[in-house]
Design a protein around this ligand. Structure first.
Ligand SMILES: [Fe+2]
Length: 299
């Protein structure tokens, strides 16, 4: 016992150090091919970023995010939780850099509105989080964030529909604000997605099944979400312990069908960052995804 306790403490300290200092800055680019386009069109490269939770000191994250422009994406989709500090906005815009010159769309996450608060990390494992104390109002510059992104030409899809041309394709989009703070208003975008468009994309921060069901029922081909952080603290060979929302553990990140036997494709980003109050990732590297959209197969 005398040697077991110090040895266990040493392993625990090493794991925490690895998760906070190494894996949190060990960015991964995930690549997926998604067969959602009409025959004879594409490919279309979609860069999906999410959950940067940027604070001004995260130079490596900013540098990596900026480097993603080298992928030459046709469209950038940001599914929210971009900032985590009142002074983060200029850093985030600077990190996006040349990506802002490309066609882009975004929705907000709760952390774009409310600065993170210290909390007991074990509560994360207890189930989906909620803002038990609703503060008087948002304390982060979310309106300026929206203004700056839309001024750059990106579409704000918070409870809105949108339309754009990217990679020579006509794309119909709809999105909702963050369901996590009950700001989603699907009724404002409800209705059949335009079947005449080349592609229909539904965008949300949190992949709540009721929203995914609605987007899929309205004919959206590709559903994009973030929020889960891929589980953030995962167990090797087991995966995420929790998803922090209603999605099942197996779809905590990556590309899957929705419904599981349905036609729409769902991509959940494991996210680029972490809350500054939980600055660690384990067996769940921070990530962005390049989705290469290609024509559907026969049938
Ligand atoms: Fe997040």
């Amino acid at each position: 016992m005398r040697t077991l306790i110090p040895a266990t403490a040493a392993v625990g300290a090493a794991a925490i150090g690895y998760a906070a200092l190494i894996e949190r800055n060990w960015f991964a680019l995930r690549r997926f091919e998604v067969p959602v386009l009409p025959p004879g069109t594409g490919p279309l490269r979609v860069l999906h970023i999410s959950d940067a939770h940027l604070t001004p000191g995260r130079k490596r994250l900013m540098s990596w995010l900026r480097s993603l422009d080298d992928l030459n994406p046709d469209l950038v989709v940001n599914t929210g939780d971009s900032i985590s500090h009142p002074q983060s906005l200029p850093c985030f815009l600077d990190a996006l850099g040349p990506l802002l010159d490309r066609p882009g769309v975004f929705v907000l996450g709760s952390n774009d509105l409310y600065a993170p608060e210290p909390r007991n990390p074990t509560r994360y494992l207890a189930g989906p989080s909620s803002r038990r104390k609703i503060r008087k109002g948002p304390d982060l510059p979310w309106e300026k964030l929206c203004e700056d992104l839309t001024t750059a030409g990106w579409l704000d899809l918070d409870n809105q529909r949108g339309r754009l041309c990217a990679g020579g394709l006509d794309i119909a989009l709809a999105g909702v604000h963050d369901s996590h703070i009950k700001r989603d208003r699907y009724d404002q975008v409800a209705g059949q997605a335009d079947p005449a468009a080349d592609l229909r994309i539904g965008v949300m921060h949190s992949p709540e099944p009721r929203l995914l069901d609605q987007f899929a029922a309205d004919g959206y081909d590709l559903l994009l979400a973030g929020h889960t952080h891929g589980g953030q603290l995962c167990l090797p060979f087991f995966g995420a312990l929790v998803t922090n929302c209603g999605i099942d553990r197996k779809r905590v990140r990556g590309l899957h069908r929705h419904p599981l036997d349905g036609q729409a494709w769902l991509h959940v980003s494991g996210g680029l960052g972490t809350s500054p109050w939980a600055p660690a990732r384990f067996a769940c590297r921070p990530e962005a995804s390049l989705l290469t959209l290609v024509p559907r197969g026969p049938g």
